[in-house]
Design a protein. Sequence first.
Length: 270
Amino acid sequence: MLLKTPKAVAFGVFVCASIWNNMAVAACPATRIDETVQLAQVVDGDTLRLQDGRRVRVLGINTPEVAWEGHVGQALGVEATAASRRFLPRHQKVHLVYDLDHKDRYGRMLAHVYNQRRQSLAAHLLEQGLALQVVVPPNVSEMGCLTRQEDLARRQNRGIWREKAWNLRPAAELALDQTGFSRIQGKVTKVSVLRDVWLELDGPVVVKIAQQDRQYFADDQWQSWLGKSIKVRGWLINRASEFQRKRGFKPLQMQVRHPLMLEESPGEQR
């Protein structure tokens, strides 16, 4: 039997660590840096506060929410926040890369975020199964690479992909207070192609593709969704009002801005 010496063991650990680091660096590394900033705090998995007071929303992902101001946290919200804090230690410098839109409607900066080794925070969280990819045009420069990281986590059943609370939710079973970011599955019962495109699902849900986003979809595909089961991800909002109820509009709406957020479902529930 061949016994390993302490030096051999140490060398093996070093080699494994080097391989892991090289794999991490290969996951969507920064090819340029637009701004290097001082981090004050990781607020949650996908939101940072900088030393100068600015807040940054990490592009390309959505992480589970933590509890705040009476709002109940989501499964894996604490874990996602902890992972971001380990990846970006407090008060260290972080690198930002901007896409086409620099701010969201809440005034937060939108940026791809990297640590001092130029490793992508979004790619790291996706690969760990602690985030879901979101595609919001026109900020799509890292879309392909981030898709591969999510696919890796899905195949290896990590995080969100093994957590029952993050399974696809049947559209027909949704209650009107089940708003926020969700993955849902439903059958398309009606397609309306107007200025915007509306896909009505079984249950209280309608999916909206706005006019400005129709360019990302094939124009001849709308009616092909009719009768099919689809999976969509995005933010559910309750748009119920007396006016809308009288007109027969479905109360829950999810806006989908890119085809990667909507796909045909062969019956998968995960």
